[in-house]
Every structure is written in C-alpha cells, then in structure tokens.
Design a protein around this ligand. Structure first.
Ligand SMILES: Cc1ncc(COP(=O)(O)O)c(C=O)c1O
Length: 487
C-alpha cells in the first residue's frame, strides 16, 4: 500500500497532539534541566533500530519524540544555556517556522513563490534599515553565518580577482590574499578551503589587547604582500567575535579597503543586530562601508535555526556571482520579479523569510532592540559581579554580551597552569551536572569559562544561579584536592 493522507479529523488530532508537545516544551523553561548527561551508549541504544519495513502510527512517534528525543538534546532556548551564540527561538518565529514547513513552498523563483520572494526582499531591506547599513540593502537568506561568510568570499573574488576566476579557477602564479584577525571565526578558513584559495593565503592578523584587529599590522601585511606580487582581495572584519565579542574598528578597515581596493566583508553573524542600538554610532562605526555582511537571525534576532542573511548594497552584485539559468527555468523576462535561485549557491530553498518576517512584525524594532540590550546589560552585570567576587576572576568583558572568566576558588589567584587545570575540571563537572550549559575557550593561553547571552528569557536570578552552580562544583573539586590545590 502506498502512502495516503489521513482523514482531516485524524490529521487535526495529530496536530493538536503536536501543539500540546510544543507548548510543553515552552513551559517552565527555566525550571527544566538544560542538559541531560546520559552517556552516548544509552542514547545510541534508543535509536539502534532496524530500517522499518512496516508503518508505525504517527501518534506513537510523537510519544517517542517526547520520551526519547526532546530530553536528549540541550535546551538551547533555556536561560541556563550559555554556550556558543545560540538561538533563543521566539514564539512568533517558531510559528512562522512550522507554517513555512506546512506550506512547503520552494522559495527559489518568483513564479512559484511570489509572496515568499517579496517577503524575503522586505526582510533583507528591514535588516539593512535596522542595523543602519543601507535603506535599500539587498541580499539573501542562508542557513547560517558559515554559508554567508563563504558566499561573501565568493563575492570578493567575483568583484576583485584580477583574472577570470570563474572560468579558470585559481592562478597559482598569482595567489589571492585574504585577511582576517586571529580571533576571526573558523568558518572563514573553511570558506578559503572550500573555494580552493589555499589556507596559506588566509593571513591572520594579530589583535590588540581588546581582541580587535590591529589595523596597523593589517596595513603592513598588505604592503608586504603587494611587494611580493600577491593579490590582496578581501578583508574580513569582525562585528562580534565568537570568543569575546570583540568588534574590529570597521571604519579603519573600510578606509584600508578603499585605499587598496579590497572587498570588505563583515562577519556580523553574532554581533550584527546589536548595531540596531546606540552602539551603532560608536562600536559599529563604519559598518556602512562593508561591501557585504554576514548576519545570523538565528543568533541575536531570536529566530530558530537555521537563518542567516548575506547583505550587500546592490542585488546585481549577487547576480554577478551566482546567476545561472538552467534550460528548465527560463521564464519570460520580468525585471520586477526577484528569483532567489539567482542569488546564492542554493537551488531548492525553504521559506526562511516567513519566520524572520513574523519576528519583525510580532515584536517590532522597539521590542527587538530592548531584548538585544537586555542581553548586553545582563552580561555587563555578570562581569561586574565577577569583578566584585573573590572566587572568580574576569578575563574579558565586551561591549556586546560575552564574558570570559575563571574560577579561582578559595585560594585566589594562582599559577596559570593550576587555574587552567581547575577550570578544565570544572567544565567536566558542569557537563556531568547538567544544570547549566557553558563552554570553555582559550584566551592568551588561559583556559576560561565563556558565557554568552542572546537570550531574552534570562534574568539576573538565572545569572546568579550560574555563579552558584559554578561555586558549588568548584568547591567540590577543591575539596577533592587534599592540600589546597595540586602544586
Ligand atoms: C562570529 C561568527 N561567525 C560565524 C559563525 C558561524 O555561524 P553559523 O554557526 O550560523 O554557521 C559564528 C557562529 O557562532 C560566529 O559567532
């Protein structure tokens, strides 16, 4: 028997059951354990099943979802989730997500997805206005910042490669050079790798004390490369690094790129939406000079995974890089219709713009801006609490919403290696404990705890809870060491 649709009332009953599950997922979020630490063998055994030959009733699968799946992933939208830069998933956007799935439209050409195309154009223009980039910004929605960085690099090549890269690929006699700070995201290296430019041609520029790029060092490197007959084409600027939330001096980068005729791509995957606040005229000064911007809606615009934008000044710049029209997609010429299949590497595309549009419409820029500032203020408050404490030390605070710190415990400051070891043990204890989800990173050789907030659900009480859990586990580790710390 082939697949058949259910009767409308049966389908409706399953949707009701699904809605109940979703509403349970979003109830009492702060009281639920953010992470369960079943070992990998236990979790694998839940799914170690044969390829099913016969059907299972869908209501039983929904039960399985609740019993085996939902509890075995971390709750990324929980106020106790501090790792990476995560999606907080607003409820309006969630609803947009599942409506887009239900519509199952392929947002690839205007003809088959007219409203989707118009909404995507509108959302991109709103992003441009919200972060004060350009009122008429164009762009495309993609799966995430990694894809937006890759696409930005392809734009740089399209517009600045001195030879016909599209036709012949890389000319080994004339290597292209790409510049980014040492703190830039690893997706840039991946993009360089994927486009065959050679990772040796991605030059990592040292950073200043605040982890932003050293503009002087960048200039010297470009000059040195020009002397050696390399072809500098692109600078990646950071608008919020993943480690510390550092923002490069974008106006300085813009100036350098203008002088040397380079493409400026700003990786604003994490920090970009903070440019909608008063920080635009200070921290994000010069953002308008970017030729392209990667910005994640599934970070600080509270849209569920996956959703990012590649934003540029003119749509034609994207067309030049990506436009290919296969024989089965040749419609009557109509300049008023935007076909998104011409604007990125993707052909079939889900209707991502709906959840983004729902977000802007449901909350408005006022509530969005206030929610972004809430994260900034809360993490600034965490940094203050750490500075006031005797058992933690602050390693970095940013003007965005990442704080890096170490647990130093009852003995206070100690040698770097001892504190690294103590904090490493603390991370392992946190993983086993599961009440908060926080990740380490390494800064100037120090192993530090890194707390990030792009979460409108988190409050001061949650941040105090984090510190209390860290203290409790940290003290337990120290108690295990008989004579103070291992020396
Ligand atoms: C600064 C920065 N760039 C790029 C990325 C990659 O974005 P995505 O995970 O959406 O691909 C991230 C992810 O955290 C990031 O923080």
């Amino acid at each position: 028997m082939k697949i058949a649709d259910l009767k409308p009332l049966e389908f409706r009953a399953l949707l009701d059951q699904t809605a109940d599950i979703i509403s349970r997922l979003y109830t009492d979020i702060d009281r639920r354990t953010v992470y369960h630490t079943n070992n990998s063998r236990d979790i694998r055994s839940l799914f170690n099943e044969d390829l099913p030959a016969s059907p299972t009733p869908i209501d039983q699968l929904l039960d399985r979802f609740e019993s085996d799946i939902a509890g075995n992933v971390a709750i990324h939208y929980s106020p106790h989730f501090y790792a990476w830069v995560t999606s907080n998933a607003s409820q309006a956007a969630l609803i947009g997500e599942f409506l887009a799935t239900a519509l199952n439209v392929n947002a690839t050409t205007w003809l088959n997805a007219a409203a989707a195309s118009e909404i995507e154009q509108r959302v991109i223009a709103w992003i441009g206005q919200f972060i004060e980039y350009h009122d008429s910004a164009a762009g495309v929605l993609l799966s995430g910042g990694s894809m937006a960085n890759l696409s930005g690099l392809l734009l740089a090549i399209t517009h600045h490669c001195p030879y016909d890269f599209a036709k012949y690929g890389i000319d080994r006699e004339r290597p292209l050079r790409i510049y980014a700070s040492e703190q830039s995201h690893f997706s840039i290296q991946r993009a360089v790798l994927a486009l065959g430019l050679g990772t040796a041609n991605l030059i990592k520029i040292k950073t200043l004390a605040d982890f932003s790029i050293d503009g002087m060092a960048l200039r010297q490197q470009i000059e040195a490369d020009l002397d050696k007959n390399f072809h500098p084409i692109c600078v990646f600027g950071n608008a919020g690094t993943v480690n510390t939330g550092a923002v490069d001096a974008l106006d300085e980068l813009g100036q350098i790129c203008r002088e040397y005729k380079l493409w400026l791509h700003v990786d604003a995957a994490y920090g970009g939406f903070a440019a909608s606040t008063g920080l635009r005229s200070t921290l994000f000064k010069g953002l308008e000079m970017a030729d392209s911007i990667a910005i994640d809606l599934h970070k600080w615009l509270f849209v569920p995974f996956e959703c990012a934008a590649l934003v540029v000044k003119e749509r034609s710049q994207l067309k030049q890089a990506f436009r290919m029209i296969p024989e089965y997609q040749q419609f009557a010429e109509d300049d008023t219709r935007v076909d998104f299949s011409e604007l990125s590497l993707q052909q079939s595309r889900r209707f991502r713009a709906l959840k983004a549009w729902m977000t802007f419409k449901a909350y408005g820029t006022q509530h969005l801006r206030a929610s972004i500032l809430h994260s900034v203020n809360l993490m600034s408050w965490l940094a203050d609490e750490i500075e006031k404490s005797t058992d933690f030390q602050l390693i970095s605070r940013s003007q965005l919403s990442i704080v890096c710190f170490q647990y130093i415990g009852r003995n206070g400051p100690d040698s770097e290696s001892i504190l690294n070891e103590l904090n490493q043990q603390l991370i392992q204890a946190l993983e086993a404990d599961g009440r908060v989800f926080i990740q380490p990173t390494i800064l100037n050789g120090k192993r530090v705890l890194r707390a990030c907030c792009t979460n409108f659900r988190r409050e001061q009480k949650d941040v105090l809870f984090l510190l209390n859990v860290l203290r409790e586990l940290g003290e337990a580790i120290e108690r295990e060491i008989p004579d103070g710390r291992q020396r």
